[in-house]
Design a protein around this ligand. Structure first.
Ligand code: GAP
Length: 538
């Protein structure tokens, strides 16, 4: 398993993604657009493998609960634009806001709750606060840890703070002991705060709420009445179809509804490659369980189901290649919980240590006990009322089921797979990097090469390639030296390369090269299909 990749490896990962066609900037020929990313041929396969694995393992699998009883999860595919009342009911219109602070001088915009300030004191006793946006608590923790160990801030933060402070305080100054405190943006403090690149203090506005939902209009008239939103999560499509699923499918609680699809958030500070994008894909499950009041004898509690999903989702990420120390499960503190989850069984994040969060972690998936909040909200706002309740035949009772929600990001998942796979190989001839994807995730499962493009080798390669591609995504490559072809496949993360050489024609064997070790062995050409299926699955 890959060691913790150093922070600066992110530049190499981004460059590899670009060079090999995993991920490109959207509309690159026009200079790109911040927060939007395209997947090239290899990236599209990688992300599809992730999504397919999720769907196969959730919707198509025979799942068994903590009581060893089977249960169902069915899939839906809902629209991106929904009736705007959905977002009032869900709380997104009123509450999906981030408090923002604008710097009037530099036009920079900061998230007030991600802003940290440090106090600096000049020779004459004047003191100012310098504000810096660290993005998340993790980033602040990273800076703190660095400070504790080295007694200085990381260079980039130190330099940007020093520049700003020098501008105001002129000569010598000292920073106050603690490296950062939260910005407490009351008037008094704000007057002394300078933005990171501003030349004077007091140019920050008061925090203002900024809604993260993208708006558009349906129909010809662009007025308030026709305003709609691009969904900021896929979950609400599931809740709105709760009754449709219950009425048309043979499901009984506990059961799940799953959806994979695009979501959109006008993130204030899209950053860290695809990690925080403005258009991204979610893989969400809403799992409906008996209301705790009706659990009955032997019934499982929300806490049991919460623990079940938390642990099985964590194990799933491990099963597709994030098996090392870079994956962790973090239970939220009580005061971190969403308002609806406060009385519930808990919330946890499955997190990955990305090069840009290291030594901290970034969220891949959240598992939350949402209580019966969403169904109740929709029952009320839609006027459906009690008709939205679930009728439990076994208990002869009607209720709003409680919900456990495992909500994952397909783009963050794909990025974690890329970061985990990325392995510098300074000692390997030809290949600077090898992408050690789990075979189930690898975009190309095998490549077939004729050693040279003559002497009957291309024909044999072509026929082996045709045989293999009926069962697996494989490629044939006849161009350039064999070393360059291996290097290309190493960066694509292709687990096996089969080479047809002079001996193949006489003894019907080929070489198999293993991506991870670069070791080669010979096997019979008629055994290649079975070999590949055994190694990577059918
Ligand atoms: N329905 C619950 C919900 O949407 P969330 O924590 O806001 O919860 C779930 O999002 C997952 O979606 C996150 O764990 C993350 O993987 C992904 N996600 C959220 N915002 C994202 C963004 N701006 N860019 C990429 N992925 C994002």
């Amino acid at each position: 398993m890959a060691d913790v990749a150093p922070t600066n490896s992110m530049d190499d990962i981004v460059a590899l993604c670009r060079r090999r066609g995993f991920i490109w900037q959207s509309s690159e020929i026009y200079g790109g657009i911040n927060g939007f990313w395209d997947y090239g041929p290899l990236g599209a396969e990688l992300k599809r493998n992730l999504r397919d694995a999720w769907w196969e393992d959730i919707v198509r699998a025979d799942l068994v609960g903590p009581d060893d009883k089977p249960f169902d999860v069915v899939g839906v595919d809902c629209t991106i634009i929904m009736n705007p009342k959905v977002w009032e009911a869900s709380g997104h219109v009123g509450g999906f806001n981030d408090p923002m602070v604008d710097d009037k001088e530099t036009k920079q915009r900061y998230r007030a709750d991600h802003m940290w300030v440090r106090e600096a004191q000049g020779e004459n006793g004047d003191s100012i606060f310098v504000a810096i946006q660290l993005g998340s608590e993790d980033e602040a923790m990273t800076a703190w840890n660095h400070y504790d160990q080295e007694n200085r801030l990381p260079d980039d933060i130190h330099n940007s703070l020093s520049k700003a402070v020098k501008k105001i305080l002129g000569g010598a100054y000292t920073f106050k002991d603690r490296p950062f405190t939260y910005l407490d943006v009351d008037d008094d403090q704000r007057i002394h705060v300078i933005g990171e690149s501003a030349s004077e203090a007091g140019t920050l506005t008061e925090p203002r709420m900024f809604n993260l939902m993208f708006e558009t209009f349906v129909g010809a008239i662009r007025d308030e009445e026709n305003k709609v939103y691009l969904r900021p999560e896929t979950a609400q499509g599931i809740f709105c179809n709760f009754n449709n699923v219950v009425d048309t499918q043979r499901v009984k609680a506990p059961f799940g509804i799953a959806q994979i699809g695009k979501a959109f958030r006008n993130e204030v500070t899209p950053r860290n490659f695809t990690f925080r994008s403005r258009e991204f894909e979610q893989m969400e499950i809403e799992f409906f369980i008996t209301h705790p009041d009706h659990a009955g004898d032997g019934g499982l509690t929300p806490s049991d189901w919460y623990a079940y999903w938390r642990d099985s989702r964590y194990a799933w990420w491990q099963s597709i290649g994030l098996a090392g120390d870079n994956l962790q499960l973090r239970e939220h503190d009580r005061d971190e919980l969403a308002h609806y989850a406060k009385d519930g069984a808990g919330t946890s994040d499955i997190e990955y240590r990305f090069p840009f969060t290291a030594p901290g972690f970034g969220e891949l998936e959240g598992v939350a006990h949402r209580t019966d909040f969403d169904l109740r909200q929709h029952a009320e706002h839609s006027g459906y009322g009690k008709k939205m309740q679930y009728f439990d035949q076994e208990r002869n009772a009607r209720y709003f089921p409680h919900v456990i929600e495992p909500s994952a990001g397909a783009d963050r998942g794909t990025l974690a797979l890329l970061c985990e796979a990325f392995t510098p190989t300074p000692d390997r001839q030809g290949s600077k990097y090898v992408m050690k994807f789990h075979p189930r995730m690898a975009p190309i499962k095998a490549a077939v090469f004729p050693l040279v493009n003559k002497d009957g080798m291309p024909e044999v390669a072509e026929s082996l390639y045709k045989e293999l591609r009926t069962d697996h995504p494989v490629q044939i490559d006849v161009k350039q030296s064999i070393g360059k072809r291996y290097a290309r496949m190493d960066e694509a993360g292709t687990p096996y390369c089969f080479t047809i050489d002079g001996d193949t024609l006489s003894d019907q064997t080929v070489t198999v090269r293993d991506r991870d070790t670069a070791a080669q062995e010979r096997i019979g050409i008629d055994k290649v299909g079975a070999f590949l299926t055994e190694k990577i699955g059918g």
